[in-house]
Write a protein that binds this ligand. Sequence first.
Ligand code: NAG
Ligand code: NAG
Ligand code: NAG
Length: 131
Amino acid sequence: MYISSLTIFALAIVTIHACNPGTDGCDHPGNFTGTLTALKDPAAAYCNPGNQTSIYASIPASFYNPPDESPCDAPINVTNPSTKKTIEAIVIGECTTCAGDNIQLTTAGLEALSPNGKANKAPTTVKWTFI
Ligand SMILES: *[C@@H]1O[C@H](CO)[C@@H](O)[C@H](O)[C@H]1NC(C)=O
Ligand SMILES: *[C@@H]1O[C@H](CO)[C@@H](O)[C@H](O)[C@H]1NC(C)=O
Ligand SMILES: *[C@@H]1O[C@H](CO)[C@@H](O)[C@H](O)[C@H]1NC(C)=O
């Protein structure tokens, strides 16, 4: 009995964290693909001030409309399609210059996705999703 309750609890957690169409609490379901550029001024980010040494993201302004679906502080996972490496970033920015599903990451994020740890070798195209 104890084991099966635990199993159900674990399944419930997995369900809560999945961000797929129709899932309660998931305002922006799906997998997005866009170009990746640098988040240049995280201290002045729309949601909260950030810095280049933590992994933060700025995502297109379209995700902030309607306002009750604001993604401020939401965790996203960003994947380098070439290496399959995935990192988690916290959304702090509204990118008014990002077309489509293009996103920006702080230096720490660019370095983490780069095959050699250098920000200038970060992938130019990434896949990302809310988690
Ligand atoms: C997003 O991609 C993951 C992994 O490939 C997949 O399991 C999931 O179903 C996809 N979600 C949507 C909404 O397409
Ligand atoms: C960057 O932000 C994180 C999270 O708020 C904080 O823990 C860290 O100390 C900050 N780093 C610098 C250099 O300010
Ligand atoms: C998000 O990325 C983190 C770090 O790589 C990983 O541990 C976690 O399993 C990922 N979550 C999902 C839902 O893919």
